[in-house]
Design a protein around this ligand. Structure first.
Ligand code: S3P
Length: 449
């Protein structure tokens, strides 16, 4: 929800070894999609392991506003009775997507080819983010959108009365844009084609196939070409949401930088379009082992064991960025404890996330005594080695869950405590972060140092 309560300062103190099992919550990307596709299917979709973070709860509420029956039956256990492709009804009030770019962009896509009108808003962070990247392709289907200057929320989308299929090359590497176009293509007759130069997370494609849509992905000279046949009848599914690798990244990072730690993170999703962070850590010398590799609900999953490691700085290949886009904040915190320099290029998309993540990390790291360099598309962190980060600062989280969690993890291994001015955004993606990290031995406390 867009109302933001009082800030919740939180402090991380230097901690002893972390140990135990970190059961991180369900994947945020998969959870949004399970609710949205469930709402577009005919019949009852059952979901286990749904992330009950605020972002996903806001999407659940939105699906109800469009006419689906969405019920929580137990912890992570949800039922969605869908209205069928093209069956959304017009919401009687503004749709508030809170902090969630994925929520608002995917829902705009899902309603854009139905002849209804909806107005969207969100919190101060979401209202500052660009929506033109989604409304431009939606206009090709025949939808119209009117928002604030620069394509910002609040924004009203008028769904196309007679949608036509489109062929669209996504100009920025964005799974949200790709997914919005595919969801819009569901209610257009004929074939909608999306082309992406670099492969981004493919949960929408996998899940659409699972729901019975005709969708084909081919790799060609232009990149990935995804062809969806419109107006399918989506068949309800039983979906087991894997644990979120982007949430797992935080306890994994903490175990790597707090001396003598060993942590097991069971059942995390390791879809190759999401796993770039772990590859990068291994290149830095991290001791990671993947156990019990298996497939759950169409997504590869494994248990990850991580031990404290002496890390070295590396240059992260820019083409890997789409597979670890949400992990650069925590990578730059980890890089502060590596020996040598970590260079992250081609990461300009970080500037339009929940906050400008290059700026947020650079300012916070500097406050903690770490030297950084940045330009529009680059972040460079000069590592100080294990135990070398001074800390002892208060850092702004800027309504950004991943910035808050990155600095709280950093504070566990710094020489002096690190305070985050507002940890409340963590509830958008990882509501049990504090409890889970404390369970491993992390010294996290409410309030300032
Ligand atoms: C997401 C896509 C990514 C990512 C976001 C979740 C998704 O955004 O940063 O947290 O679920 O599709 P972009 O598509 O804008 O890169």
């Amino acid at each position: 929800m867009s109302s933001h309560g009082d800030p919740v300062p939180m402090t991380a103190r230097p901690s002893g070894p972390l140990s135990g099992v970190a059961e991180v919550p369900g994947d945020k990307s998969v959870s949004h999609r399970a609710l949205i596709l469930g709402a577009l299917a005919v019949g009852e979709t059952r979901i286990t392991g749904l992330l009950e973070g605020q972002d996903v709860l806001d999407t659940a509420r939105a699906m109800r506003a469009f006419g689906a029956q969405v019920e929580r039956e137990g912890e992570g256990l949800w039922s969605v009775r869908g209205v069928g492709v093209g069956g959304f009804s017009e919401p009687s009030d503004v749709i508030d997507c809170g902090n969630s770019g994925t929520g608002v962009r995917l829902i705009m896509g899902a309603m854009a080819t139905t002849p209804i009108t909806a107005t969207f808003t969100g919190d101060a962070s979401l209202r500052s983010r660009p929506m033109g990247r989604v409304t431009e392709p939606l206009a090709l289907f025949g939808a119209r959108a009117v928002g604030r200057a620069g394509g910002r929320l609040p924004m009203t989308v008028v769904g196309a009365p007679a949608p036509v299929p489109v062929r669209y090359a996504v100009p920025v590497p964005s799974a949200q844009v790709k997914s919005a176009v595919l969801l819009a293509g569901l209610n257009a007759p004929g074939q909608t084609v999306v082309i992406e130069r670099e492969a981004t997370r493919d949960h929408t494609e996998r899940m659409l196939a699972g729901f019975g849509a005709e969708i084909v992905t081919e790799d060609g000279p232009e990149g990935r070409v995804i062809t969806l046949t419109g107006q399918p009848e989506l068949k309800p599914q039983t979906i087991a949401v894997p644990r979120d690798p982007s949430s797992a990244a935080f306890p994994v990072a903490a175990a790597l930088i707090v001396e003598d730690s060993e942590v097991l993170v069971p059942g995390i999703g390791l879809n190759p379009t999401r796993a770039g962070f772990f590859t990068t850590l291994q290149e830095m010398g991290a001791d990671l082992s993947f156990e019990n590799a298996r497939d759950e609900g169409g997504e590869p999953v494994a248990d990850l064991r991580v031990r404290f490691s002496t890390l070295r700085g590396i240059e992260v290949p820019p083409e890997r960025a789409p597979t670890m886009i949400d992990e650069y904040p925590i990578l730059s915190a980890v890089a502060a404890f590596a020996e040598g320099t970590t260079v992250m290029r081609g990461v300009g998309e970080l500037r339009v996330k929940e906050s400008d993540r290059i700026d947020a990390m650079a300012r916070g790291l500097e406050a903690c005594g770490v030297r950084v360099e940045e330009d529009e598309e680059t972040l460079i962190v000069h590592g100080l080695g294990p135990g070398g980060v001074p800390g002892g600062a208060t850092v702004e989280s800027r309504l950004d869950h991943r910035i808050a969690m990155s600095f709280l993890v950093l504070g566990l291994a710094a020489r002096a405590p690190v305070t985050v001015d507002d940890a409340s955004p963590i509830a958008t993606s990882f509501p049990v972060f504090e409890e889970l990290m404390r369970g491993l031995g992390a010294r996290l406390e409410r309030g300032g140092a």
